[in-house]
Design a protein around this ligand. Structure first.
Ligand code: ADE
Length: 232
């Protein structure tokens, strides 16, 4: 039996999903409220993790331990790292990397957490393909890209910082939770995918663009996830 854990960092990334659920159980753990129930015919647990990699990792572990989810989907917004990926477009993860980890002094590649055994955490192919096909159905006029998501505990709003991240990691978008969700899901052997709608271009205009576009982008990503649950 499938049970899908759905994580968003902020209220506006999960509120529509929470509103549409038939809630059967509410649990508070680590200051996070987990809503378990039915969403579009699928068992689901929806939770707001809070922002950043520590919150997201804690949240993912609770979904694995307490709720025994079989799949994890992260929904939210991100900054674009490619010229052709515009505000409002969707990025579905191929793999995910921590862009803010640096233990090169002991021979690890930039981004690799020592002793985990890998630099990039691969997303589940079935979930990723489902996300792309659902995007075509839900929002046929919106471009969906499959590519690498990179994460760090920083809001990227500087062209030079953005360019360094692109050069180092070849990411499609940047955000603040995906890699720790991927990392925790990998350690627990739970298949995952990161789905992000673009709210800004992670450059000097991000400070203006983010507040203007975050709401619409968050809703777009959540609508896609909602549709995926019909078909998962
Ligand atoms: N989430 C949305 N936009 C972002 C950015 N520019 N940097 C980090 N996280 C983001």
């Amino acid at each position: 039996m499938k049970k899908v854990g759905i994580i968003g960092a902020m209220d506006l990334e999960v509120e529509a999903l929470k509103g549409k659920m038939t809630v059967l159980r509410k649990e508070k753990r680590a200051s996070m409220e987990f809503l378990e129930g039915m969403l579009n015919g699928t068992d689901a647990v929806v939770v707001k993790s809070g922002i950043g990699k520590v919150n997201a990792a804690i949240c993912t572990q609770i979904l694995c331990d307490l709720f025994e989810v079989t799949h994890i989907i992260n929904t939210g917004v991100a900054g674009s790292l490619k010229n052709e990926i515009n505000i409002g477009d969707i990025v579905v993860s191929t793999d995910v990397i921590h862009h803010d980890v640096d233990v090169r002094v002991f021979g690890y590649p930039l981004g690799e957490v020592p002793q985990v055994g890998r630099l990039a955490f691969p997303a589940d192919e079935g979930l990723a393909q489902l996300a792309v096909s659902c995007c075509k159905e839900v929002s046929p006029d919106i471009a969906a890209f499959r590519g690498r998501v990179v994460s760090g505990d920083q809001f990227i709003s500087d062209r030079k910082v953005k360019e360094t991240i692109i050069e180092n990691f070849q990411g499609f978008c940047v955000e603040m939770e995906g890699a720790s969700i991927a990392h925790a899901a990998y350690l627990n052997q739970v298949p995952f995918v990161i789905i992000r709608a673009i709210s800004d271009k992670a450059d000097d205009s991000a400070e203006m663009d983010y507040p203007a576009f975050e709401k619409a982008a968050a809703a777009r990503s959540a609508a896609l996830v909602e549709h995926m649950l019909l078909k998962i």
